[in-house]
Design a protein around this ligand. Sequence first.
Ligand SMILES: [Zn+2]
Length: 173
Amino acid sequence: MISVNYKFCPVCAGDLDFSKFGDNSPICLKCGFKFYQNSRPTVGAIITDDSRKVLLLKRAKNPSIGMLQNPGGFLMFGEDPKDGLIREVEEEVGVRVSIGKFIGMYTDEYLDDERAGTYATLNLFFEAKIVSGKPRALDETDEVSWFSKDEIKLEELAFENTKQALKDFFANQ
Ligand SMILES: [Zn+2]
């Protein structure tokens, strides 16, 4: 369930009031600052090889440690989505990609730290091809492998947005 759990105003450290708006956007009781909350943007790559297999990685950290996901991650503040996706893929699997077609956008949720609550996410997916390097497990990653459509088991995928993006990707092949 999407719910942030912030205690104090980021401007003046006053107490926050969540009761006025039912949208996870609290108001500061001291200075009146409205602390707007928005879905956090992520970017994901469906990377394919020449036999149309998809590159997936096994997560080395929680949430969903040991489950599979596509390479990708959160955009930095103000970062261009395609630049962010190239950066994330390099960090996680050590390859340089060129970004292809846009696949779709999907809302989801992500629990990063139980103390802070569960964020809403907005996940943008692109097709991608490797232009240099050989995939290997790096940051936050245990293993990387290529999967054909039939080898991907939905119950092994960490996130709902990955399932939706793969479904749309394969539907357009
Ligand atoms: Zn305040």
